[in-house]
Design a protein around this ligand. Structure first.
Ligand SMILES: [Zn+2]
Length: 349
């Protein structure tokens, strides 16, 4: 069908994606094998079944097993390369990917620099093989890193990190019980070093978490941000200041934030003028892909093809790339959308 093929072929940018949460079951098995790590399940079919989201505790269990098999920089090269392949196959041209340094840098021979070098080696290979490019948003895990947040921010915003693809400081992990205010010092330090703040907020917690991220962390982009819908004043603020939000509908459904796609506020936020982007979060664990998110947005959330294009172009506009690169990518994407619409027999906007 024209629309499906068109959505698949659209060049895209993805802004909210976790490197560890993007590992495919095949790669998890390969790494477990490489290191002789026992997983709770053995065969590929069992891992595929085990991977699918059941509840938050199960999700955490999978993450713990993923962390167990990521032991050296080569492992990170492999998963980064594989992510590049998966994204390029869906016509993602560029991604800003989150990973959590504190889960890995406590292992032998793994400094923050080793980790970053391993990831960049995988990116180099993916760039050569698939033409995709990526940048990094290392994050502080709220529930794990509260005491070492400033130290982490120092690594993440170091000149070495920024010269090697790090473009923002993230804040992930458990939102409930760990408000943004706790991490103000870390985000201030990063900002003083020229690194913008890109926290998760407004997913498991309501508007106050987004307000705190804006006021105390000076957030430049908000991961999720969908629960802004609960506070009209906050929606007005996001619109007025064009603060981008990184929306992940399937992730929100899995975690019980909304009961179904029809109840998801993406369309209402978009209609209000919020700068919405569309993303996949931890795709294999939520049984989704970036293209599936576009399909759901179109078929289940009520966004038109024109609106999807606007959302896809929004992502380009709010990347952390230099302005001239964004402008070039925008021109390229717009030209391709026009061409693809003709090819697929769809009316031009
Ligand atoms: Zn996330």
């Amino acid at each position: 069908m024209g629309v499906d093929d068109y959505i698949w072929a659209m060049p895209k940018v993805e802004l909210h994606l976790h490197l560890e949460g993007s590992i495919r079951p095949e790669i998890l098995l390969e790494l477990a094998d490489r290191h002789g790590v026992e997983l709770p399940v053995k065969s590929l079919e069992d891992v595929q079944r085990w991977y699918i989201f059941r509840d938050f505790d199960h999700f955490v269990q999978i993450y713990i097993n993923i962390v167990k098999v990521l032991l050296n920089p080569d492992d990170f090269s492999l998963i980064t390369y594989d992510l590049g392949r998966t994204l390029a196959a869906q016509n993602v041209r560029y991604a800003e990917v989150t990973w959590t340094p504190s889960l890995h840098v406590n292992k032998p021979g793994m400094s923050f620099e080793h980790l970053l070098d391993g990831i960049n080696h995988g990116l180099d290979l993916a760039r050569q093989a698939f033409g995709i490019d990526m940048r990094w948003i290392p994050d502080i895990a709220r529930n794990l890193d509260a005491k070492i947040a400033v130290k982490l921010a120092k690594w993440i915003s170091s000149p070495y990190a920024q010269a090697n693809g790090v473009v923002a400081l993230g804040l992930g992990g458990q939102e409930v019980g760990y408000p943004p205010e706790l991490f103000e010092d870390a985000f201030t330090l990063a900002r003083q070093n020229g690194l913008p703040g890109n926290p998760h907020a407004g997913e498991m917690m309501g508007p106050e978490s987004i307000w705190g991220s804006l006021r105390n962390l000076q957030a430049v982009r908000i991961g999720h941000g969908v629960r802004a819908i609960e506070d009209p004043e906050l929606v007005d603020y996001l619109v007025e200041h064009q603060v981008p939000i990184e929306v992940n509908p399937t992730s929100n459904l899995c975690l019980g934030v909304y009961p179904n796609y029809g109840a998801h506020p993406i369309k209402t936020l978009f209609d209000a003028g919020v700068l919405v982007t569309l993303n996949s979060d931890d795709p294999p664990m939520f049984n989704t892909t970036i293209n599936d998110e576009y399909y759901h947005a179109y078929y289940d959330c009520g966004l038109s093809l024109d609106e999807l294009e606007t959302i896809a172009l929004n992502a380009v506009k709010v990347t952390y790339l230099p302005d001239h690169q964004k402008a070039k990518m925008l021109t390229q994407f717009e030209a391709e959308y026009r061409h693809l619409r003709r090819v697929h027999g769809l009316n031009e906007r």
